[in-house]
Design a protein around this ligand. Structure first.
Ligand SMILES: [Zn+2]
Ligand SMILES: [Zn+2]
Length: 968
């Protein structure tokens, strides 16, 4: 934003206003403004500062700013403090790349956690300065430099406090669950995060259909002496070595078929599909699913035969019943592998089958898997297929296309993996979560009982542990000897229970203590049960616990600011994009419900997703969008605000971002209203604010005052229901009407010096600037300053409450009829091919039986007719000599005013008109209309003849005239 030359005049004007706000500390003043209505609480969600802001971040800044400005004008105090999300994988991945750290092992073994975390701390706010430029430029008022940070020790202590509350309520447990896991980042990734950033990508994998050999001969099922196999299908061949059971559906029918001298068991409905393209086979008989249960089979490969959990285990290598088996795809027989699948894990737990990990944390096969040891498991599918084929255990191999989850941070293919983790028990609090959702106003409303309710209903327990470094450490200490665990809820408690606090920390002031790893890891406690040493568990907390704690952790609650924090809960308003429904909004709701038994927010605006004009994701590499800076320089911030806040994205739908929308908002709102103000300045610049009051003498003044107050009512209602689309539409339509009807029809009146009219005009513009202030803060300031003077800011003024007495509803309705009549009348003229400047005798309308006299005059003027009649529609196109002359007069005026413009004359310039003509009609016009002519062309004199050579020869309605304009 440095290249001044490229900036438009309006963009520069905005920047001047911004500089003035900064110089005058207008934002600070707005916070100190009288707030008779008290506090309106707003909670700002903390973004990561790991990249530049994009249109999505600008949009959320725009909406947050607009609502806060509106509420401030309404008489509320709106505390606005920025926040930064500092922890977690985004920043860790960035630092790993900066320091060229190949894997997680290198962090611990080579660099050390202390240095790694220090590097994270240094880089985390790397883009904060760039954010500030954008946030300021977009017109967002917020306490940016006083931002709260999730990495502050005070913030982290509040997070500990929150966890301790949940611990004491017995809502935190340690368990093993199958979670999505990134082998590169070596940590579980939440489903919500994968869903949020749409990290599913279409991939083509190798699927295999493999044969498990039946061990025991069951005469009721199979023929003796022929090898018999249970056939199973999987899209993850790499997971086959730790399969310890098979599931079937007891209600399904299965077929025994003969194929290549073997017998195969496949679900009856799947036989055709499974055997498609293979050699001939024969169905021998059908078997009930329930008859397969208990059947024993041999392992595919004997890697784990001697494993302590497998050896002597009577449950392994048997067939079980399971609800999740279907005959929609596959073979109707499903492998049970508790290590790498959620259903499988539950089934393994239920049946007492072992859960053995044969892949290490980096995603490589362990040594037990002799033939693939050290190989990256997810890459071995084809090799495994070949390996099994060589052993005669592969029935078929296919390509399988499916959406597959990838790490939202490093894009590595994720893997399901059974992991020991810490969880918040969501199932226990679910009824309360649903109940408190009823107290929240969602915008748009359908989210309440739609998407959000479904998310809550289907929510699994919340895995809050991450096997990483740069985050709040989990405050759980575990005994080395017995099973005792404790949760620490504050620094003071840590000091009290610790055996070596003073060796680790030099202070007990939270502001001087670094709670991050590895320091906190060194603090040891003594077990109250067995007196052994207790050490902190290695995990750190999921970043959503931190951002979800923002309502109170921002204030270092409950250690400080207890009253302030409590008075701000629930927040009156929060706003983010739709994907936060399952993340930030959800986690805020969970934490607040558990801790405070109330919702975290009362009103929530959910915006949609911003996509490229063609519907693709916005992508830097595809260059499918214009950089925000370029649009800000060309059109300014307000057109961007007007465009986005008035678009479907505010209805939580997708916005296909189109620069033309921004340019349209510029032309239709900014440019038009500024032109209107420029016109006002020629007549009203000497008026003071006290002079500006509405007059109702002239019908047009009465009308625009009615419309203004009507618009104020509409806009207020729209803000109260957080409907910015309606705000935008309402203001746009007012500005159009002001310019293309009120001002156009009033121009001559103002030129002629109608004082009441000009005062009304000024009053309307001033009130309009207030209505514009929340949504277009710069334009509003520009108008306010030009009409009222530069002393005060519009943002320190009060919201214009509509004066109901000034709304003449009958007049508003009638004016709509006038518009209709005019529109049809003009269409009739066009159809008859009569120029608008040619007066006609009459037009008859059937739209209305009668109109007030002054409205009839408006129609007559606009349609250029002598009289409006009511009845059967008819345009009288017969021309009398008089009408012809009048038409000629009007054409002449237009031509001469065109010449004035061409010579660069302004409304302040008076002229002498010299003319020479042999046209009898034109001479007649000058005779009949000289007075009107002088007024219309701002001429002091009309001089016939004596024209020198610098003349314009023009033709008007076929009559020639020579003209010269002499500026006085
Ligand atoms: Zn990753
Ligand atoms: Zn113990």
């Amino acid at each position: 934003m440095t290249n001044k030359a490229k900036k438009s005049e309006y963009a520069q004007r905005e920047e001047k206003i911004l500089a003035k706000w900064q110089r005058d500390k207008t934002f600070e003043a707005s916070l100190k403004k009288k707030s008779p209505k008290g506090d309106y609480t707003f909670l700002d969600g903390p973004p990561f500062a790991t990249g530049l802001p994009h249109y999505g971040s600008l949009l959320s800044s725009e909406i947050k700013d607009a609502i806060a400005r509106y509420q401030t004008m309404r008489g509320f105090h709106v505390h606005r403090r920025w926040g930064w999300d500092c922890h977690g994988l985004p920043i860790e991945n960035m630092v790993e790349a900066e320091l060229k750290i190949p894997d997680k092992k290198a962090i611990e073994d080579k660099l050390g956690i202390a240095k790694f975390n220090e590097a994270c701390r240094k880089s985390v706010l790397g883009y904060a300065k760039d954010w500030k430029v954008f946030v300021d430029r977009i017109g967002r008022w917020t306490e940016f430099d006083n931002a709260y940070k999730t990495m502050d020790s005070t913030y982290m202590e509040s997070v500990w406090w929150a966890l301790k509350q949940m611990w004491d309520k017995d809502l935190i447990y340690h368990g093993r669950r199958v979670l999505l896991y990134c082998p590169r980042c070596e940590t579980p990734i939440s489903n919500a995060e994968v869903a949020m950033d749409n990290s599913y990508k279409q991939v083509t994998d190798t699927s295999v259909t493999v044969k498990f050999k039946v061990k025991n001969h069951e005469a009721r099922i199979m023929k003796h002496g022929v090898p018999t196999y249970l056939v199973a299908w999987t899209t993850t061949p790499w997971s086959l070595f730790t399969v310890f059971g098979l599931s079937v559906g007891k209600k399904f029918d299965y077929s025994l078929i003969e194929y290549n001298g073997e017998q195969l068991i496949i679900a009856k409905d799947r036989v055709e599909a499974v055997m498609e393209g293979l050699d001939r086979f024969k169905v021998v008989k059908n078997i009930k699913g329930k008859d397969l249960i208990g059947l024993e089979f041999e392992h595919l490969v004997n890697y784990f035969y001697r494993h302590p959990e497998v050896k002597g285990n009577k449950k392994v290598y048997k067939v079980y019943d399971a609800d999740y088996v279907t005959v929609e795809e596959g073979t109707g027989i499903v492998t049970i592998n508790g290590s790498y699948g959620e259903d499988d894990f539950n089934q393994a737990q239920a049946q007492g089958l072992p859960v053995v990990m044969d892949i290490d944390e980096q995603g490589n096969f362990k040594d037990d898997v002799k033939d693939f040891a050290g190989k990256y498991a997810l890459n071995q599918n084809d090799n495994i297929a070949k390996f099994l084929d060589d052993k005669g255990l592969l029935l078929r191999q296919d390509k399988y296309k499916h959406p597959y989850p990838h790490c939202h941070r490093c894009e590595t293919k994720l893997q399901y993996r059974a992991l020991p983790s810490w969880f918040i028990n969501i199932q226990k609090v679910k009824p309360e979560l649903l109940k408190l959702n009823e107290k929240i106003n969602w915008y748009p409303g359908h989210l309440k009982h739609g998407r959000f309710k479904k998310i809550v209903e289907g929510a699994p327990d919340w895995n809050i542990s991450r096997n990483r470094y740069w985050a709040s450490p989990l405050p759980f200490w575990k005994c080395e000897s017995c099973t005792e665990h404790v949760c620490i809820g504050s620094l003071a408690e840590l000091k009290k229970l610790s055996t070596n606090y003073n060796q680790v920390y030099k202070s007990d002031d939270i502001n001087k203590v670094d709670l991050h790893r590895p320091f906190v890891d060194k603090v040891k406690l003594k077990c109250s049960k067995c007196k052994s040493e207790m050490s902190r568990v290695p995990e750190v907390v999921d970043g959503w616990v931190e951002s979800g704690s923002a309502p109170f952790a921002e204030h270092h609650y409950p250690f400080e600011n207890k009253k302030i924090a409590e008075s701000r809960m629930p927040a009156d308003f929060i706003a983010e994009y739709i994907a936060q429904t399952r993340t930030w909004f959800y986690y805020l709701h969970v934490i607040s419900t558990i801790l405070f038994k109330k919702p975290a927010f009362s009103n929530v605006i959910t915006t949609g997703t911003i996509l490229a004009a063609n519907g693709d994701k916005l992508s830097k590499s595809k260059r499918n969008f214009t950089e925000p800076t370029a649009l800000l320089d060309e059109y300014g911030a307000d057109p961007l605000r007007l465009y986005m806040l008035d678009s479907p994205v505010m209805d939580a739908r997708d916005l296909f971002f189109d620069d033309r929308g921004v340019s349209e908002a510029y032309r239709k709102v900014v440019q038009i209203s500024r032109n209107v103000v420029t016109f006002y300045e020629s007549y009203g610049s000497k008026l003071t604010t006290k002079d500006l009051k509405p007059s109702t003498k002239h019908v047009l003044d009465k009308y625009i005052v009615s419309l203004l107050n009507q618009t104020a009512t509409e806009v207020t209602e729209a803000w109260e229901s957080y409907d910015t689309i309606k705000v935008g539409k309402s203001i746009r339509s007012f500005i159009t009407e002001l310019s293309t009807w009120y001002l156009r029809r009033s121009r001559d009146r103002f030129k002629a010096g109608d004082e009441d009219g000009i005062k009304t005009f000024g009053y309307v513009l001033l009130e309009m600037s207030k209505l514009l202030a929340p949504i277009a803060p710069y334009l509003a300031e520009d108008i306010y300053e030009r009409v009222k003077g530069p002393e005060k800011s519009v943002h320190l003024d009060n919201w214009p409450v509509a004066n109901k007495k000034l709304i003449d509803s009958k007049l508003l309705d009638q004016m709509e009829l006038v518009h209709d009549i005019v529109e049809r009348g003009l269409a009739a003229r066009a159809e008859a091919g009569v120029k608008i400047r040619q007066p006609l005798t009459s037009y008859a309308t059937d739209l209305v039986k009668k109109l007030d006299k002054d409205l009839i005059e408006l129609v007559n003027d606009e349609l250029n007719i002598k009289s409006l009649k009511f009845g059967k529609v008819k345009l009288d196109v017969k021309l009398t000599g008089e009408l012809k002359l009048e038409g000629l007069y009007r054409e002449l005026v237009r031509t001469i005013n065109g010449l004035r413009k061409k010579q660069g004359l302004t409304v302040a310039d008076r002229i002498v008109l010299n003319y020479e003509t042999s046209s009898k009609d034109i001479v007649k016009v000058f005779d009949t209309w000289s007075k009107e002519m002088q007024e219309a062309i701002l001429a002091d004199e009309l001089l016939a003849g004596m024209v020198d050579d610098e003349v314009e020869v023009v033709e008007v309605n076929g009559e020639k005239i020579k003209i010269k304009l002499i500026k006085k």
